[in-house]
Structures are given as structure tokens and as C-alpha cells.
Design a protein. Structure first.
Length: 268
């Protein structure tokens, strides 16, 4: 089986990852991957917004490092992308970023449910104790749906990120998931099957099998993502992600080039 492209990986510019792009690419080659994509955390309008992303003046350096990885690994297809945080009101900034380089794709991600709380931040885990899980999940999925409707992105990252630390609502979230997935379908977005969840407390791929099955029913396309923050995480647990995709009924995943989508068979 040849593994599908790994479209979500980070670099040390985001200040919480290790391994230069060329080292991650070398790991991909070792695993037999044919294609990868770098999607590091994009800058915010203010560099002091948080401390886990590149600064705005590092974008060119990021692009140069990805180009260096391409030179060192000519047999590997390497895409240039960003994981962009969606916050309501930030649309103009995202449009500006989109025009700075010829990105192959942009991944839209919601980490912030307010301007100050990133729900996946270990430093802010105590915030979860102040709120009901359903309140957080609802706010998160509302923003994720807005991100899908914004028309700014090609792929939506880790769609059920609020499960990371295991804070699940007792209530039924089906309506939240459906609203998001219908927006993704309508606006032509893919969702990623992100294996980083297997490395967190939730011990499950993002998103859950239930969401993946519903996405398949609606015809929402998929990509595969390790969300690697270190070379050894490249392509990690991809066999499991492929199995999840297949069990939900997927036969194809997608590739991107200069923000145009192409469907490709998932090898078995
Ligand atoms: Zn990260
Ligand atoms: Zn993320």
C-alpha cells in the first residue's frame, strides 16, 4: 500500500515544532510517501497575538525553507501551504496572506473560541473547568462553520478538536456536526483525517468515525494529515486513517496544486 499525501506538517518557525522541512521530507521519503505538504501556523496581524506561530516577517523564510526541502528531495512532491487560524473579523488579513505567495492550499483551523482562549492549549486547560463542554463545543462548531462559509480555505483542520483533552458534552452534537459538514459540502471544502488526535488524551483520529461517516454520505472530500511537529510524526498512523476513510466509504482523497483540487484513488 502506498500512503496518501501527508498535507499537514509544521516547522520550527512556529516555536513548538522540531525538525527543518528538509528533515521532515527525508522522513517522508523513508516511509515511501510520494507527496507531502507543509502547513505551518500562519502569522496573525499582531505578532504578539500568541507565542505559537511564525511572525509575519518570517513568511518568506518559511517559503525558502520549503523550497530548500524541494531541492534536497527532488523525487518527493512537496506542497506549500499554511494552517490559518480563523477568527471572525480576521477575513481581510487571511485574504492578504493568501495573496503573499502561490500557496497550493490553505487549511482553515479554529483553535480560538474567543480572542484569548485556544481550546487546545495545555497552558489554558483550566479554562475548560469554568465552562460546560457543550458551551465550548457549540462555540467551536459555530466558528468552524463560519470558517467553512468564508470561502477562504481549501481544507478544514481537525474538525472535532474540542475532544483533545477528553472534555465531551453529554448532549447530542449531531446538529452541530451536520451544520458544519453541510457548509463544507456547499462551499467545496475538504476535511482532513488528522492522526494527531491519536497522540492526545482523546486517543482518536480527528474527526470521529461518526463525523467521517456523515462527511462521506454528504460527499465531503478528505485529505490525510499527521499534523507532524517533529520528523518522526510524519505519516504517523496513516494506515489507521486510511482504514477509517475506507470504512466510511471513501475511495478517493484529494490533492491540491495552486489551490485547485484533484481527486485521487486511495491505494489499498
Ligand atoms: Zn502546532
Ligand atoms: Zn491546528
Amino acid at each position: 500500500m502506498s500512503l496518501p499525501p501527508d498535507y499537514h506538517m509544521h516547522t520550527p518557525l512556529c516555536r513548538h515544532a522540531v525538525g527543518e522541512p528538509a528533515q521532515l521530507a527525508a522522513q517522508a521519503v523513508r516511509l515511501g510517501l510520494k507527496e507531502i505538504g507543509f502547513s505551518d501556523h500562519s502569522p496573525m496581524p499582531r505578532d504578539d497575538f500568541d507565542e505559537w506561530r511564525m511572525r509575519a516577517d518570517q513568511l518568506d523564510e518559511y517559503v525558502a525553507q520549503v523550497e530548500q526541502a524541494r531541492r534536497e528531495h527532488p523525487g518527493l512532491v512537496i506542497k506549500l501551504a499554511l494552517e490559518v487560524d480563523y477568527l471572525p473579523g480576521g477575513e481581510d488579513w487571511i485574504r492578504d496572506l493568501a495573496g503573499r505567495h502561490s500557496w497550493d492550499y490553505l487549511i482553515g483551523a479554529v483553535h480560538y473560541v474567543s480572542d484569548s482562549w485556544a481550546i487546545d492549549s495545555p497552558a489554558k486547560i483550566s479554562e475548560w473547568k469554568n465552562r460546560q463542554p457543550m458551551e465550548v463545543w457549540t462555540a467551536y462548531f459555530e466558528r468552524l462553520t463560519m470558517a467553512a462559509e468564508s470561502g477562504l480555505f481549501d481544507i478544514i483542520a481537525h474538525a472535532d478538536l474540542p475532544k483533545k483533552f477528553g472534555f465531551y458534552p453529554k448532549e447530542d452534537c449531531t446538529a452541530l456536526f451536520n451544520r458544519f459538514l453541510e457548509a463544507a459540502k456547499k462551499h467545496g471544502l475538504a476535511i482532513e483525517l488528522n492522526t494527531a488526535g491519536l497522540r492526545k488524551d482523546c486517543k482518536e483520529i480527528y474527526p470521529s468515525p461518526k463525523i467521517v461517516r456523515r462527511a462521506a454520505e454528504l460527499g465531503v472530500p478528505i485529505t490525510f494529515a499527521s499534523d507532524a511537529h517533529a520528523p518522526e510524526e510524519v505519516g504517523m498512523n496513516f494506515a489507521e486513517a486510511v482504514q477509517l476513510a475506507r470504512s466510511a466509504g471513501y475511495k478517493e482523497s484529494c490533492r491540491f496544486a495552486k489551490r485547485r483540487r484533484e481527486m485521487v484513488k486511495i491505494d489499498s
